[in-house]
Design a binder for this molecule. Structure first.
Ligand SMILES: [Fe+2]
Length: 407
């Protein structure tokens, strides 16, 4: 049975109650809060044939770039594929996009999500998944313009408008339009104080403009919105620690690392990426992080052989290098060598062009071969966007190169 969602687009479910759970999942996912997977589970318990709810489950699991979630993601896709009869083109598009991403074809997923948005510019899920794939792809133009293309079809009367502004803010920021980005991000947070992504977009502006005092104030005053039960909280704590690092306040950085960034010893890849990124920067400033790196390397150990996403692999390698875990580093090199050979996945290019040369250069840096490190990092610094992440995250490449050159 066809029903309309909160933005007026038809979708297929027999159950009004299941649709309400699906909408709840969308609201939670749009601010990275609570447990959208539980809401989707409730939706498919109420209507087991609710294909788009199964596909959204796959979207969420795939977008975490977690090898451990791939089994569940594939099961959700297979279930959805049992109920394709009578689905709308938009629902079939979501299924095709999730399939493409699952196969590792991020470029294909990006294009299909754009196809959906051409006909359905207010499809918040397609927009958010597209924004996420743009982030993984390092497609900075689309981080701004995918959102910019649909924005004229939104206004404050459409549920989720604030989140569109928040995504636009991040895209504007990555493209260097800091004034417009800050304005859009602050407007988004006025719409919804719990919008962790919009808070984060403004933090990026303040980081890029070197406004560390403003950054500390911003994250502190918005904290009640993005901390409680938020999947994104650790990353925003990381940004707060980065502002303190910019100011040379090492003790505060270590305190935030211990009490927030690494407090739960989270095994979630995105959380471990933040921890690696902070320890590497601290080590560049001369802080001894060996003890903390041991814990982090142990947490990364089950992921050492993943070779799923070069950006994550490089951050795993940083923890292994800092902890002196040559055994785990060797495993990651093997996984990345294999990934670099696999051109069926976008990650093949990412690993070959950026991931492997980066890890080799970081390895040279830790071994004191500074000339080799400088040359390796010089070769990739202009193309590092190809393995995704943000400008603030990739700044580690420039910083390490400069430190290597000084040494
Ligand atoms: Fe960030």
């Amino acid at each position: 049975m066809i029903r309309n969602d909160a933005r007026g687009y038809p979708l297929t479910t027999a159950s009004v109650e299941a649709l309400a759970e699906f909408e709840k999942a969308q609201r939670l996912f749009s601010i990275y809060a609570g447990d959208p997977l539980a809401a989707l589970q409730a939706a498919t318990d109420l209507d087991p044939s609710f294909a788009l709810a199964h596909v959204m489950r796959a979207h969420l699991l795939i977008s975490g770039a977690e090898m451990s979630a791939r089994g569940d993601a594939e099961a959700a896709l297979k279930t959805a594929e049992r109920y394709t009869a009578g689905l709308t083109p938009r629902e079939l598009g979501h299924l095709a996009a999730a399939r493409a991403w699952f196969r590792g074809d991020l470029v294909g997923a990006s294009r299909i999500l754009d196809d959906i948005l051409m006909d359905h510019p207010r499809d918040l899920l397609a927009l958010q998944m597209g924004h996420t794939v743009d982030f993984y792809l390092g497609d900075t133009i689309n981080l701004r313009d995918r959102v910019g293309r649909v924005l004229p079809r939104w206004d404050s009367g459409v549920p989720g408008f604030g989140h569109v502004l928040g995504m636009h803010a991040f895209g504007l920021e990555e493209m260097g339009d800091y004034v417009a980005a800050e304005r859009a991000g602050r407007r988004a947070v006025e719409h919804d104080a719990r919008d962790a992504w919009a808070v984060h977009a403004v933090a990026h502006v303040l980081e890029m403009e070197g406004r560390s005092a403003d950054g500390i104030a911003w994250l502190s005053e918005t904290k009640d919105g993005w901390v409680p039960e938020n999947f994104f909280a650790i990353h925003n704590w990381w940004h707060l620690a980065l502002f303190h690092l910019d100011r040379g306040e090492t003790d505060r950085v270590l305190e935030l690392y211990d009490s927030q960034v690494r407090a739960t010893r989270s095994p979630v890849v995105l959380d471990m990426v933040d921890a690696s990124a902070m320890l590497w920067r601290l080590n560049l400033t001369g802080v001894d992080v060996a003890g903390r790196a041991q814990e982090l390397a142990d947490a990364w150990a089950p992921r050492a052989r993943d070779g799923l996403y070069a950006f994550s692999d490089a951050h795993a390698a940083m923890a292994f290098l800092l902890a002196g875990r040559c055994d785990l580093l060797r495993e990651t090199f093997v996984a990345m060598d294999e990934a670099a050979e696999d051109d069926s996945r976008t990650n093949g290019m990412m690993t070959r062009d950026v991931g492997l040369p980066l890890v080799r250069a970081l390895h040279a840096f830790k071994a004191g071969r500074y000339g080799e490190a400088v040359e390796g990092l010089r070769r990739i610094k202009g193309i590092a966007v190809r393995f995704g992440g943000s400008n603030a995250q990739r700044d580690l490449i420039h910083w390490t190169m400069t430190e290597a050159a000084l040494r």
